[in-house]
Design a protein around this ligand. Structure first.
Ligand SMILES: [Zn+2]
Length: 228
């Protein structure tokens, strides 16, 4: 991180970012925080649509966050880092953390939707891939926890994720209401995808889910109409 070499800083920065949930690794860096800060300050890593300076700025944010965690006696959790300035946390990669569980992945039109859980604090998240000039990931808290009547296949997992996302977004206090149309497209797409790709189990799945999905969509549509 202190090399003044663009390629090395980028690689080392990513190493730190990929270890954001790992206290053992980040704690070792606290003693070097000021050296990293001084060596990288005003250094320009380039970048077209998003500045690559994030590869040294966010590692410093991670180190500072872990330092405060220790000082505050762990009143927060490392998973709060998913909501800070960095928008490239790949849910597939984060799911490889021993403390982070990737419990569902919904197939979408051009973007997948992920459900993850932090096993340190039990918080859950929903994540979707976005494309605007370049790909990035939007992380949101997942608050609603629907208990479906029957719950056995991967598709059940994914449909529960979509229902939880929509009711989380419908709840005013979660501040996710601006993404309702996006979630509606995603659940419609996934049901169609199941129909085409999981023909064998589709009727079975829909026996459990059809009414739940119809109600979820109509609750969502009512909210969208209210907004207009
Ligand atoms: Zn956590």
């Amino acid at each position: 991180m202190t090399s003044r070499d663009v390629g090395l800083i980028r690689k080392s920065g990513l190493d730190i970012i990929n270890n954001s949930q790992n206290e053992d690794v980040i704690t070792l860096l606290i003693a070097h925080r000021d050296d990293i800060y001084n060596a990288t300050r005003n250094f320009d890593l380039g970048g077209a649509f998003a500045t690559n300076n994030r590869f040294y700025e966010f590692p410093i944010e991670i180190i500072d966050f872990h330092r405060e965690l220790i000082l505050s006696n762990n009143t927060k959790c490392t998973c709060d880092l998913y909501f800070k300035s960095y928008s490239d946390f790949d849910p597939n990669k984060e799911g490889e953390n021993p403390t982070i569980e990737l419990f569902a992945k919904g197939i979408g039109d051009y973007t997948n939707v992920y459900g993850l859980k932090c096993n340190k604090c039990e918080s859950r998240f929903h994540v979707s891939e976005r494309h605007y000039h370049y790909g990035w990931y939007q992380w949101h808290p997942l608050v609603h926890d629907f208990n479906p009547p029957k719950y056995s296949t991967e598709a059940d997992n994914v449909l529960k994720l979509y229902v939880d996302i929509i009711y989380t977004a419908l709840d005013e206090k979660n501040k996710q209401k601006n993404e309702l149309s996006f979630h509606l497209q995603n659940i419609k797409y996934y049901v169609n995808w199941l129909k085409t790709n999981e023909e064998r189990i589709y009727d079975d799945i829909m026996e459990t889910w059809n009414d739940i999905i119809e109600k979820t969509k109509s609750d969502l549509n009512r909210e969208l109409k209210n907004k207009v």
